[in-house]
Ligand binder design. Structure first.
Ligand SMILES: [Zn+2]
Length: 67
């Protein structure tokens, strides 16, 4: 599990961003392009965590984020 500053600096082509719900363990894996398109290239882990909404159970702001 790697902490990072923001997507632009840390997520290279071919890498994926993992977002896992702390409530139900639903795991979403985004490609670098998808993650930057959806979250913004300057998004930090805190930004993503705050905005994320689980597609499994609907919980908001309760996710783990890593590359
Ligand atoms: Zn969930």
């Amino acid at each position: 599990m790697t902490m990072f500053q923001n997507l632009h600096r840390s997520l290279d082509q071919g890498q994926t961003l993992k977002i896992q719900c702390e409530a139900c363990d639903h795991l979403a894996t985004l490609t670098a392009a998808d993650a930057k398109a959806r979250c913004g290239a300057d998004a930090t882990p805190m930004d993503i965590r705050r905005r994320a909404r689980c597609r499994g159970c609907g919980a908001e702001g309760r996710v783990r984020v890593w590359i």
